[in-house]
Design a protein around this ligand. Sequence first.
Ligand code: SF4
Length: 333
Amino acid sequence: MKIIRPGYYDQFRCLAGACPDSCCQEWDVLIDDKSAQAYLALEGSFGEEIRRHMKPDTDGFCFEILDRRCPMWREDWLCKIQAELGEAALCQVCAQFPRLRHDYGTFVELGLELSCPEAARLIFTAEETAPVSECVSGGESGDYDTADMDVLLRTRKTALEILDAHPLQDAMSLLLLYGYCAQDELDGFEPDPRTPEEDLAFAAQMALPADWASLRELYSQLDILTPRWSRLLSSNENTPNFPDALKRMIRCGIERYWLQAISDLDLICRVKMILAGALLVGSLGGDLICTAQLYSKEIDNSTDNLERILDAAYTNPALTDRHLLGLIQSVTA
Ligand code: SF4
C-alpha cells in the first residue's frame, strides 16, 4: 500500500499555547466510540468529571463547548485528559488534528487541515515540493470502481497542472470549465478537446456581471461557528485581495476533495465549492492566511456546511457557472 503526503507534512508542529486560534475552542469535539467506552469506564473523580462533560450526539458522544472552550481545556492551555491520562487517552479527533487521512484502500493520502493556523502557514508558505510517497505492507482494494478512481486520479493531475500553468484568474476559469470535462469523463463520455485560449474566450463571453453580495449571502446563511467569521462576512472594511498565493488554497482543496467524488461520482459540485471558497476568501480580504484558516474552520470542518455548499452548487444562483465566471472575471490581483 502506498502512503502519500505533501512535502511540508512532516514539518508540522503544534503551536500549543502560542496558537493564535485553537482547536480546543469553538467547536464541539466528537468522541470516537473506543474513547467514549474508555471514558465511560474510567473510575474515580476524574472519570466522573469527564462524563459530566460528555453529551450524547447523533453519532455517539461529544464534548460540548462551554464558554466557547472545550471543557477539558485547562486555563494553562493544556488538555486535562492528556495531562492526567497521557496522550494515548486522547480521543481520535484530538490525537489526529490537524492531520488528515484519506484511506482509499490500496493507497492512503495524508494532509493537513487548513483550519489549523500552523498548518495554514505551511500550506501557504512552505517550499513547493513533490509529494512524498512510501510503500508499506497492508491495505486492501477499495470499495469503488477502480476505473472511476483512475479517471479521478488522472483528471486531478491535469487540474493541478492547469493551476500551476496559469495566473490565478485564468486558472480559476480554466479549472471550472475543466471540471465539466473531467465530469464527462467520469460519466463515460468523450471529453470535448479545447485549447485554453478557446476556454478563456468562452469564459469571458459567458460571464455575468459580478455579484459578490450573493456569494456572501450564501455563506452567511450557513451555520456560523465564530463571531469573527460573522463580522468578516458582514464587513466591507477590508480590501479584496487576490494574490497568486490564493492558488495554494485551491491546490489544497483539489488535493483534499477531488478524489472524494469517488463516493457519489459528483465532481463538478466539488470543483465549484473549491473555487467559490477561494473567491470568498479573496473577496473578504485581510491577511490571506488568517482569512483562509477561518474559512476552513467554518466550512471544511462542518459536515453540514460542506453538504449545504455542495447542494448549493446546483441550486443557488450565486454558484451558477455564469455567476462564478463573472466573479472570476472581475478579480484583480
Ligand atoms: S489549532 Fe493547530 S497549532 Fe493550534 S493548538 Fe490546535 S493543532 Fe496546535
